[in-house]
Design a protein around this ligand. Structure first.
Ligand code: HSE
Length: 308
């Protein structure tokens, strides 16, 4: 057994409008997770972006993920382990940060145990811990991933994204827990609303698959979750309007929010400036990031051999 493994995992933006809990896109923004067998006390060390918002205790979801690999593989858990998380992803902002920590724990522990679990098994476990598959599937595989849950198994297809497609992310200073953003959703939906989302989600997948990005504006619309969640984000409508007026193709809530993602082929700088100004009119400072899709997904290596 190796003593130390590291995983680099991309952030993700999910739902992409109509694909609630189904569509995810990996982003070129990363967290790095290292698991080391030390023989000393168990330790979780968090550094980097928003480190103060992330618990650095064995209750951390990344460490729970490590324990899950040892429990389910039947391999005795080593006495002392250190999990080090170098976080590059703004926390609790709808960018899949918790999913990257879970994947980091699972992938590094799996690597130290000589890979008892396949990547597909890892996705099933990650999705079980996270509660939905869309973030972890995108972070694991890269590109845009369609996830379908069938019983306990998650089935996926990955699509490559046109590298010309950029995301301008307006990341507000305030956080919004996924649980709170799920709790406000209704229990049932209208038949016509279901058709609205199914049609747009299908068109969105086809437009990415065929490179017909002119269909993004029409396809990235949603009536199942954004109308409810936008009430939790002061200035949502104005930020969307500002991005659209500045030339964005389409604008969605990133995951459960509060980050707003504008998809652009050009005009990224002015779109970002206008989104920031619109949030500021509501006294909400925000950070702007311009990113492309990560094409590769998570990578993991031990410190004596590098592999996936
Ligand atoms: N699909 C999930 C949701 C993503 O929208 O609640 C949360 O990160």
């Amino acid at each position: 057994m190796s003593c130390k493994a590291t995983a680099r995992i991309p952030a993700s933006t999910t739902n992409l409008g109509p694909g609630f809990d189904v569509l995810g896109l990996a982003l070129q923004l990363y967290s790095t997770v290292t698991l080391e067998i030390t023989g000393e006390d168990t330790e979780v060390v968090v550094s980097g972006v928003d480190f103060e918002k992330i618990p650095s205790t064995p209750e951390h979801s990344g460490f729970k993920a490590v324990e899950t690999i040892f429990q389910r593989s039947g391999i005795p858990r080593p006495k002392g382990m250190r999990l080090r998380i170098e976080n590059g992803i703004p926390a609790i902002r709808g960018l899949g940060g918790s999913g990257t920590a879970i994947l980091g724990g699972l992938l590094t522990a799996n690597e130290l145990c000589d890979t008892p679990f396949s990547l597909s098994d890892i996705l099933d476990i990650a999705s079980e811990i996270e509660g939905h598959p869309d973030n972890v599937a995108a972070s694991l595989y890269g590109g845009m991933v369609i996830s379908v849950q069938d019983g306990k198994r998650i089935h996926t297809i990955k699509l490559d994204c046109d590298p010309a497609l950029h995301l301008v992310l307006a990341i507000p200073e305030f956080t919004l827990s996924t649980q709170a953003a799920r709790d406000i959703l209704p229990d049932t939906v209208k038949f016509s609303d279901a058709i609205y989302n199914i049609s747009r989600c299908s068109l969105l997948v086809a437009s990415i698959a065929t490179g017909q990005l002119d269909m993004l504006a029409l396809s990235m619309k949603d009536v199942l979750h954004q109308p409810y969640r936008s009430n939790l984000i002061p200035g949502f409508d104005e930020v969307v309007e500002a991005a659209s007026a500045a030339g964005a193709l389409s604008i969605t809530l990133s995951g459960a929010g509060p980050t707003i993602a504008a998809f652009c082929l050009n005009n990224m700088e002015i779109v970002g400036k206008q989104m920031k100004a619109a949030f500021m009119r509501h006294n909400i400072p925000c950070e702007i990031k311009v990113l492309r899709a990560d094409p590769e997904g998570a990578r993991v290596w031990t410190h004596d051999k590098e592999n996936r």
